[in-house]
Write a protein that binds this ligand. Structure first.
Ligand SMILES: Cc1cc2nc3c(=O)[nH]c(=O)nc-3n(C[C@H](O)[C@H](O)[C@H](O)COP(=O)(O)O)c2cc1C
Length: 337
């Protein structure tokens, strides 16, 4: 295991200060569209009670036009600290959405400037803001003046290899009033491919005064430590590493706080967690939750004999009972093997 320098450890033991908000953990759960709903966040929080979590990204245009707030903005009154992530390219819509997010209970408002999806970038949102830094700046300024809570930005290192603009962009975000910057160290063109280029996080950290959170390829405690060591970042944010594994944020947090590794959950524990996740989605979203649970269940079914067949079966379930029966059968087999 990488060992961190004493000065790094000392800093990581102090709370993370996002403007006026203090967070007792330097490990964050990222916003993941289609994943980080209230049910998933509840599971992550069990192991990482003090970590910052994010809703799935929400469209400010949608918030503006809909009578009711989208369900993905819903926050459990018990869950803190929590941030609502917004995306759009219209400063006025963003300010309106941010005000509503704060009324819902968001402790910070995060602005998505990293989403690579065409549907979003074509409309000027997500990572396309990297190419329109003036508009990005205007959005941050407008939102900052609309709400009392800290406003943060999550972005990428640039549009593509020819346009790695993050040094200028990050400075602009800070100047506009952003209270923290999370950097997914890939370009928009990379999507989720190739490795995250953490060296850019280090370079951004060197020029900003606000906290910089490292994101990209944090799949283990070891990776988190290496990233913190190499970048000097103020914290790490976990993303794909948490799919079917809501234990990761807690594992890293525990190591940073104690210097000790938690035991890795066994396949049985992971399957019990999968069942709980499925039940939660059913209770919260009904039949839609069952359909959504299919992908989650396939992510949980890894690393034991029969996992591949089970993945195939759970990817087609139509009811809570069907899911329970399949997972219970697998649990029984594991108990007897
Ligand atoms: C399924 C999926 C959904 C995502 N949804 C969001 C989102 O809503 N907002 C956001 O800022 N990033 C989103 N991301 C990007 C992640 O938060 C993160 O920046 C990216 O996956 C890099 O981290 P990783 O290499 O550890 O996965 C999403 C990524 C995935 C795979």
């Amino acid at each position: 295991m990488t060992s961190l320098a004493p000065t790094v450890l000392e800093k990581l033991a102090t709370p993370l200060k996002i403007g006026s908000v203090e967070i007792k953990s330097r490990v964050l759960q990222s916003p993941l569209s289609g994943v980080t709903d209230l049910i998933f966040r509840r599971l992550v929080r069990r192991y990482a009670p003090t970590s910052m979590m994010y809703t799935e990204m929400v469209s400010a245009t949608e918030i503006h036009h809909l009578q009711q707030l989208p369900k993905i903005m819903e926050i459990d009154p018990q869950e803190h600290p929590i941030s609502i992530q917004l995306f759009d390219c219209r400063p006025d819509f963003m300010a309106e959405a941010a005000t509503k997010a704060v009324a819902e209970g968001a402790k910070t408002v995060d602005i998505n400037m990293g989403c690579p999806v065409n549907k979003i970038t074509k409309k000027g949102g997500g990572s396309s803001l990297l190419r329109q830094p003036e508009i990005a700046q205007e959005i941050v300024k407008t939102v900052v003046s609309a709400v009392e809570v800290p406003v943060t930005v999550k972005t990428r290192i640039g549009w593509n290899d020819e346009e790695i603009t993050i040094l200028d962009f990050a400075k602009r975000m800070e100047d506009a009033g952003a209270a923290m910057l999370t950097l997914h160290a890939r370009t928009r063109a990379q999507g989720y491919n190739g490795t995250a280029r953490w060296e850019w996080i280090r370079r951004v950290k060197e020029i900003l005064s606000i906290p910089v959170i490292a994101n990209g390829d944090i799949f283990s405690v070891e990776a988190a430590l290496r990233c913190l060591e190499e970048t000097g970042a103020d914290g790490v944010m976990c993303s794909r590493g948490t799919l079917g594994y809501p234990f990761l944020v807690g594992e890293i947090d525990y190591f940073l706080k104690t210097g000790k590794e938690l035991a890795t959950p066994t396949p049985l524990q992971r399957l019990e967690c999968a069942k709980e996740h499925l039940k939660g989605l059913w209770e919260y979203k009904g039949q839609r939750g069952i359909y959504q649970s299919r992908k989650h269940l396939t992510w949980y079914c890894k690393g034991f004999a029969g996992a591949s067949l089970l993945r195939d079966e759970v990817s087609r379930i139509n009811s809570l009972q069907e899911g329970y029966e399949l997972i219970n059968k697998a649990i029984k087999q594991l108990n007897f093997s």
